[in-house]
Every structure is written in C-alpha cells, then in structure tokens.
Ligand binder design. Structure first.
Ligand SMILES: [Zn+2]
Ligand SMILES: [Zn+2]
Length: 727
C-alpha cells in the first residue's frame, strides 16, 4: 500500500519542507495554499503553507512515516494554485540568497494570504462574457429581470454599485459564466502616441528585431524619452497577448510615470502592486494577476513576484536605484531576479537609466547586454543644463550658501523663474557642537551624532538611525559650557537662510519630514508645477522624474560629504543623484543651470558631470574598481552579526570564519566592526567573503550556511547578505 505525502513550504526559519499525510491531494493541487498543523503538544497551532510537491511512499518500507506524520488540515481550492514558474523562482531565490524556501515562497504572497483566514474583496465591475452574450440573445421577452440586466451589460462594463438591483441574478449569471469580473472602464480616451526621435525609433526597431529573452540596457539621459520606448514596446507585446511587468523604485515618488501608463492604455487592465496598498487592495491586485486578468503590472520591487503566466516584457525603470535591493529577510535584488525571471519566461527585459549601475554598464560594454543609447532630449530644442562648479575655498558659503549661488537665485527670482536648492540632509543641522570643547552630542544608543530638528515645540535632537529623540541639553554634556551651536546645514536651516535673504520669495521645503502626511508630497509637487512657490529646498525625494517647467536653476549643497563617504559605491551614487537632480533644471523651452558647491572642483566626478559624460565617469570608476578588486570584478557576500557586546559579535564571526576553510578561489576577511558600530544598543560587526567567480562564491556559501546555523549564537543576531549594496 502506498502513502501519499504532501511536501509543504511554511514560513519558518528552517531551510526545508515539511511532510504531511494526505489522501485527497492530487497533482493539480501543487502550488495551492494549504493549512497545516505545526508545532508540538500545547504549542501546536495551524499554519499557512504552500503545497510544493507530492511523493508516494510505500507503507511497508522501513521507516514509513505513516504513523508519525500529521495529516494536512485543509487545501484551499477556492484559489488557483501558484504557477509553477513562481515556485521555481522561489527555489532559485532561496538558493542564491541563502534564505529558507518556505519564508521565500510565503513572502511572495500578499499579507492577507499569509493569514489563516482572508476575505476576497468583491470585484469593482463586471462585464458580459461571450457565453453571456449568446445567452442574452436567446432570452424570452417575459424574462424581464434578465432582459434588464442584459441591456445594462450590453452597454459595457458596469460597476458593482450600478448592478446592485440585480444582486441575486448577478450571482447566478456569474455561476453560469455569463458575466465576469473586470476592471472599471476608464473614461478617458487613450492619450496620443507622440512622434519618435530617431534614437527612439532605432531603439524600438532593435527591440522588435530581438524578440524573446535578452537583456537590453536603455541608456538615456533625463528627458530623452525612455518611457516612450517602454510604452510602445509594451503595446507591441500586449497586442500579441502577452503581459508586461514594469518595476519602478518608489511608486509614490513617480506619479507622473504611473499616470502616463494609465492614460496610454485606458482599455487595458493595469494592476498596481506595491507595499503602500491596504491589505485588501493588495490582495485584489494580486488576485487579478493570479486570474490572468492583468495586462500590465506596475509596481515596486515586490511586484516582481506577481503570479504571471504570459509574461512577455519586463521593464526595470531607473535600474540603478538602490531601493531595488531588499534590506532584510530575503535580501534580493529585484533587478537581478527580474533578469532571471525574464530568462525563465523567455521575455525581453529592458533596464533603463541615465546612470546605469556600474555592474549593468560593465555587462553592456562587454556585450552581455544589448546597449541602446538615447543621447538627445526628446523635446525639440530642449538643451541640457549647464553645470557650473562653485569653488567653496574662494567663495566661502554663509549659512551654506555661496555668494555665486545666492546671486544666481536672486537673478532667477527677478526673471520669475523657480530655483531648487538640493541638500540631502534633513533636519536643521547634522550636529550640535560645543564651542568650548568641540564635543558633539551623540545618540546614547548609537555611534552616531544626534541631528538637530526645529519643530513647533522648539528644538529637538533626533537620531536618524534608531529614532531616539530628546530635548536639546542646556549645557555641554562633556564640559558644562552653555555655548552650544548648530554645526553644518540641513534642509530646515537652508530654508531659514533663504527666507532671511529673500523675504519676499515663497519658499517650500520638500523632505521626508515635510511630506510625512499622506498626500502631502503630491500637493507640494502640484504647487511647484503651478508655480505657487519660487524657491524649493529639497532632498533626493525631488530628484526623481518630475517635470517642473518653470524650474531653471538647481543649487547643490553638501555634495562633498558624499565624496568622502567610506562606502566604495558612494561616488557612483553621488554621480547618479547629481545627474538626476540636474535633470530637473530646464526641461522644455527654458534652458537650465546647475551650481555645485564644492572644495574639489577638479575632482574627476565633477569634471565628468560637467560634460554630462556618464560613459567617461563609468570608465574611470570601473578602472578604479578593477585595480582595487571591487564589484563588478569581485563577487561579495557579507555576514553581519549584532549583539549587546562587540566581543560576542566578533566571536561569532571568528567561529563562522573557522568553521569551513575556504578554497583558494574564495577569500574570507577578518571580522571587523561595522561602519556604524552601534545602533540602538546593538554592537554590529561584519565579515566579508569574496571571490572573482560567482559560482565559487555560491558553492562556498551553500556549504557554509548549514554550518553557520549549527554554530552556537547565544545573544547574537546574524544574517548573510549576498551581493550587498550597503556596508
Ligand atoms: Zn563642551
Ligand atoms: Zn540612535
């Protein structure tokens, strides 16, 4: 007699599947959500899992599990099973990032489906099916209610509210398959397809000539019309019955991009998928994908895990953006997994950016990715902004602003044009300094300075790492002096300085603090577009793709801090950020000017930036990376450990290093304290593993991980980050 065993993935930190007895599960149930008993004795409870495989076992075999295995509690057959391609993706991701399969796979589901019970939100609208149309044609004249329903549905998709009078009839028609759920039809006519520039046309043609899997780097400066290429290629593939997945870094910061896609394809089912959706909305969006109704899925990194079976195109917009890398749990790179998923689906993938990640650029240069260049702005006559460097050694800033920048802002105001002062530090000042002894007030919980914030209740000190907040001390905690001052500039202080200098100007500050309230960011963006403000002080929130037609000048403060950062990726990020924020200056008829305040005007990064020369910057930086043995010429993994005592964290990492000797192709460094040594009373340390060959690194990690899990780790929290983006 054989016994059928269900292998179930459960969201727990063990890298294996769990076996359950089952009598009624069949091959068609693989990928289904199941409920299983888990735990022992009084701790036993029910857990949500995914049925990943079925195996037959002979009950007469030695060690037959029949008596010891618990039975499956239930199989959720109301939902379609997860497509096999998604389960394969989970296997790959779990394996590559050394994360438990169960936690990986369950993490693909929307939060509502990870609960034991959930409620499917009703569809927003319904329409007739082909069968429904045939049925309507055969209705007898005395079937009054049915006639009325048919008449209404013949007018096109109807919202749930509009069909409320037919409540009972509607459920019957749904059951018969005469109506189906659909997206409420947009009222707008599709927006027009603009004429293409030569470069756009060439790129599009090249993409059409290379159907199927292929990685395409669309390298285009700000305003060169990358989006138009994405849209027309999407239209091609949807016309062929395929689905399109479009990933963006942060959806609430790019509303114009979203609107453009919605307006272009009003008759297509476009599903938004991101973490800002309420649980019910996210479930509804996910189910629309699962039922195959979505034509376009537009979302943040988590949208990569949408269940899609007709995927033909993936677009990764702003592919260099660091928010594609997840910082906890499954520490995946959505861009890298997107390439894997495209290959799996034999889909085309477009990586778009004005400043590609150096890894991506390197792959383009050596021909692994096909490279397309958009070097001209799509709007005729729109010139690139002129970039000028202001030497702060001779033009000393006051309150953060040099004379050159102040005069430029003044001239802009006289011309009736907007200026943006970009500074990537929020708060009033990054430090509170004692004038007597130069002591800087640190967070009591972290090895970081407290940031001075000015609020309605007066000044406060805030830690940007752990959130610790305290009042400003009346005297220096070190020497008792009363002479404390704000050191350096934050957005609030620059706003204050501008208000003093230009009392007539309307000034708006846009940073994480001022946009915390829901809808605040959109309101501010509209105010800038309607020219209700003259001067804007903003952080990187404003750097992403927004069109501000009257904004002609950008002043950049504090870029030198980023140049000095110890992270080897700091200059790559700074270049990307400065290119992006420069792109805000002068888009349409008005040409723009960018002023960068720096004490190193000869720095190669600024020299390349002045020429808008990403390729030159990339070549220079890649040469440096090659010489210092850094990515993309090296593959990295970082083992992090934290504990209340540094010695425990280091001891754990020492043991980790000792537990598996590395082959010659893999190097393990000595454990070191992390850059920010302490956060919220936790001491942090790390150990770097590297190899010039990805396969060698992967093979090592695969053997290492089980040994790490077996190490005693009392009081130590640790995690492994493959291809880390932060150090
Ligand atoms: Zn002091
Ligand atoms: Zn802190």
């Amino acid at each position: 007699m054989t016994q059928r065993i269900a292998q179930v993935a459960i969201d727990i930190p063990l890298a294996r599947l769990f076996d359950y007895r089952t009598a009624d599960a069949g091959p068609g149930d693989i990928g289904r959500r199941v409920i299983v008993p888990f735990g022992r004795g009084r701790a036993e409870g029910l857990q949500v899992g995914i049925l990943v495989a079925l195996v037959e076992m002979n009950a007469c075999d030695a060690g037959a599990p029949e008596t010891t295995l618990k039975p499956l509690h239930s199989i959720d057959r109301d939902l379609a099973p997860l497509p096999a391609n998604l389960i394969e993706l989970a296997h790959f991701a779990a394996d590559y990032y050394q994360f438990p399969l169960g936690a990986t796979l369950l993490g693909f589901l929307p939060p509502a489906l990870r609960q034991l019970q959930f409620r499917v939100p009703p569809p927003l609208a319904y329409r007739l099916t082909e069968a429904g149309r045939r049925h309507s044609a055969t209705l007898k004249s005395n079937a009054r209610a049915q006639q009325a329903l048919a008449v209404q549905l013949n007018g096109g998709a109807q919202t749930r509210e509009a069909l409320a009078p037919f409540h009972t009839l509607l459920s019957r028609w749904l059951k018969e398959g005469w109506v189906e759920a659909c997206h409420p039809r947009a009222e707008t006519a599709p927006s027009l397809t603009p004429p293409l520039t030569d470069e756009q046309a060439t790129t599009l043609e090249a993409l059409r000539q290379a159907p199927g899997f292929g990685v395409h780097l669309v390298h285009g400066i700000t305003g060169s019309g990358k989006t138009e290429v994405y849209l027309q290629r999407s239209a091609d593939l949807m016309a062929a019955g395929q689905q399109v997945l479009i990933l963006v870094p942060e959806i609430h910061l790019t509303p114009q991009f979203t609107e453009r896609i919605l307006n272009r394809f009003p008759d297509r089912r476009i599903v938004l998928l991101h973490s800002l959706l309420a649980d019910g909305e996210r479930l509804a969006a996910w189910l629309a994908c699962q039922r195959g109704e979505a034509d376009i899925v537009l979302g943040t990194r988590l949208a990569l895990f949408a269940p899609l079976t007709r995927l033909g195109l993936i677009v990764v917009a702003e592919e260099h953006d660091t928010s594609y890398k997840q910082g906890e749990g499954l520490r995946y790179s959505a861009r890298d997994l997107a390439i894997w998923r495209a290959r799996q689906a034999n889909a085309q993938i477009l990586l778009g950016s004005a400043t590609p990640a150096l890894e991506t650029w390197h792959n383009g240069q050596r021909g692994r990715y096909q490279q397309h260049t958009l070097s001209a702005r799509a709007i005729r006559g729109a010139a690139l902004p002129e970039i000028r460097l202001v030497d702060t050694r001779t033009d000393r800033p006051r309150q953060g602003l040099t004379r050159t920048l102040t005069e430029a802002i003044e001239a802009g105001l006289k011309r009736g044009e907007q200026s943006l002062v970009f500074i990537n530090r929020r708060g009033y000042a990054p430090a509170l300094v004692c004038n007597a002894c130069q002591h800087i007030v640190d967070c009591p919980r972290c090895t970081a300075h407290q940031v001075l914030h000015r609020g309605p209740q007066g000044d406060r000190l805030l830690c940007h790492y752990c959130g610790h907040e305290q009042a400003v001390p009346p005297i220096c905690p070190d020497c008792g002096s009363h002479d404390l001052r704000a050191g350096g500039q934050g957005t609030q202080r620059v706003e204050e300085a501008l208000a003093e200098r230009f009392p007539e100007a309307r000034i708006l500050r846009v940073d994480r603090d001022s946009t915390r309230r829901k809808g605040a960011f959109a309101a501010m963006r509209d105010a800038i577009q309607r020219h209700e403000v003259d001067l804007i002080v903003g952080t990187q929130i404003l750097a992403k793709g927004h069109d501000f037609p009257n904004l002609t000048q950008v002043g950049i403060i504090g870029a030198d801090h980023a140049l000095q950062a110890p992270d080897f990726r700091a200059s790559e990020r700074l270049f990307a950020q400065l290119m992006q924020v420069s792109g805000r200056a002068g888009r349409a008829e008005k040409s723009g000017t960018v002023w960068i305040q720096t004490q190193w005007p000869q720095h190669p990064l600024f020299v390349a930036l002045r020429r808008h020369d990403y390729a030159g910057f990339a070549q220079h930086t890649l040469r440096e990376r090659r010489e210092s043995g850094l990515p993309p010429f090296m593959h990295l993994a970082l083992l992090r450990a934290e504990a209340t005592r540094m010695a425990s964290a280091i001891a754990f990492l020492e043991a980790a290093k000792a537990c598996l000797p590395s082959p010659d192709s893999v190097t393990l460094f000595d454990p070191v304290p992390a850059l920010i040594t302490r956060i919220a009373h936790h001491e942090r340390a790390q150990l770097l593993v590297q190899s010039t060959r990805r396969e060698a690194l992967q093979a090592y990690l695969k053997h290492w991980m089980p040994l790490l899990k077996a190490l005693p780790a009392r009081g130590v929290r640790w995690s492994l980050d493959v291809d880390p983006s932060e150090f």
